[in-house]
Design a protein around this ligand. Structure first.
Ligand code: SAH
Ligand code: SF4
Length: 370
């Protein structure tokens, strides 16, 4: 990996100071930012309106990299999965999900991108592919926001002029890929700030959602941050007994502490949070679990997103039958809670986070062993 800092991890104030030192006029920084974020440049030579000498000076001080697509799965206007290779060879994933116009009554060209924040994950939730091979490293800010830019670049190349080079494909971001964002807080926030900023991605803060497995100090930090990002909690169990069993994070931050942090966030932000709840047969999907979940959701004024479990190769967990999923959703609604049942898109393309990477890593290891 290059020893130079990547230019997309440098904040604009630092760049402005540097350009002043280099006796460059201020508008050159704006031109550079336009190349970095609107045009998603992948090489200095693309920046045709910057003087060659300046480009050379930049190349000595900074690296300029975007994640490289190693695999793209999915076709047409369906969910697509991107497996990226980073500069050091690490693999991470993003998932592109088209908005469902029937569901949202919205323009149909809107897309949500689900992005990763770490290579692997240290949190070791029992059901999740991302943590199966442990944690390798944190992503840097440019590797996190680079997933968005690289997808947009891929789209611009693919649609060959159907979109202008600067038109935006991605309108929403969910930080629900591989990794625990609260365990890489500073880099994640730098990346999201750039994706949100007018000089950067220009994506509204309300269209950016962070998901956490329940890292309480991170939730409190986010509540105190002036940026208005949304928050989702991967709850998956409404009692400590169940959460302790499937999510080790609960032993450090049990439900009472998690709920207190959520209440603090809701009070500070005046915003609803979402509780994500995967339905796993024989674990947390018993109708008896709907009562404590509804009580918690009512207490937090939260809505609940139910997601039938996606099978992970090598793990024993299964989703309940569809009528059981519907019955669970109904029980929540009967308890006065807004609940959606996401009959998962992309079930067929390893949509659960971490799976494509895991499979590819194992294939590469097999090839290397031959
Ligand atoms: N670490 C953070 C961010 C990743 S979000 C968090 O856990 O919130 C990834 C989401 O996908 C989490 O809600 C996670 O619980 C869920 N998930 C993991 N494995 C899954 C699977 N096999 N099927 C469905 N959802 C899964
Ligand atoms: Fe990590 Fe989230 Fe997967 Fe748990 S669910 S292992 S915290 S990515």
């Amino acid at each position: 990996m290059s020893a130079l800092p990547d230019i997309r991890s440098a904040d604009p104030e630092t760049l402005r100071a540097r350009f002043r030192d280099w006796s460059q006029p201020a508008y050159r920084v704006d031109q550079l930012l336009h190349w970095l974020y609107a045009r998603r440049a992948a090489a200095w030579d693309e920046m045709s309106n910057l003087p060659r000498a300046l480009r050379e000076q930049l190349a000595v001080a900074y690296s300029l990299t975007l994640p490289q697509a190693l695999r793209v799965q999915g076709a047409g206007d369906t969910t697509r999965k991107f497996l990226w290779r980073l500069a050091d060879g690490s693999l991470v994933e993003s998932v592109l999900i088209p908005a469902n116009p029937a569901l949202y009554g919205d323009r149909s060209d809107r897309h949500t991108l689900c992005i990763s924040t770490q290579v692997g994950c240290a949190y070791g939730c029992q059901f999740c592919a991302s943590g199966l091979d442990g944690w390798k490293r944190n992503l840097q800010a440019h590797e996190i926001l680079g997933q968005v830019l690289a997808v947009e670049r891929w789209n611009a190349e693919r649609s060959e002029g159907a979109h202008s080079e600067t038109s935006r494909l991605i309108s929403n971001i969910v930080v629900m890929g591989m990794g625990e964002p609260m365990a890489n807080y500073a880099q994640v926030m730098d990346a999201l700030r750039a994706l949100n900023a007018p000089w950067g991605g220009g994506i509204g803060a309300r269209k950016i959602t962070l998901s956490t497995s329940g890292v309480v100090p991170g939730i409190r930090k986010l509540a105190d941050d002036p940026l208005q990002f949304r928050l989702a909690i991967s709850l998956h169990g409404a009692t400590d007994e169940i959460r302790d069993r499937i999510m080790p994070v609960n032993r450090k931050h049990p439900i009472a502490d998690l709920a207190a942090a959520c209440r603090y966030y809701v009070e500070r932000k005046g915003k609803m949070i979402t509780l994500e709840y995967i339905l796993i047969a024989g674990v947390n999907a018993d109708p008896a679990q709907a009562a404590p979940l509804a009580a918690l959701a009512r207490d937090l004024h939260a809505k609940v997103n139910l997601i039938p479990y996606n099978r992970v190769e090598g793990l024993p967990w299964e989703r309940p039958a569809e009528p059981d999923c519907r019955a669970f959703a109904e029980a929540l609604r009967a308890g006065g809670v807004t609940a959606t049942l996401r009959l998962e898109k992309g079930h067929d393309i390893d949509a659960a986070c971490g799976q494509l990477r895991l499979r590819t890593e194992r294939e590469i290891a097999q090839v290397a062993a031959v």
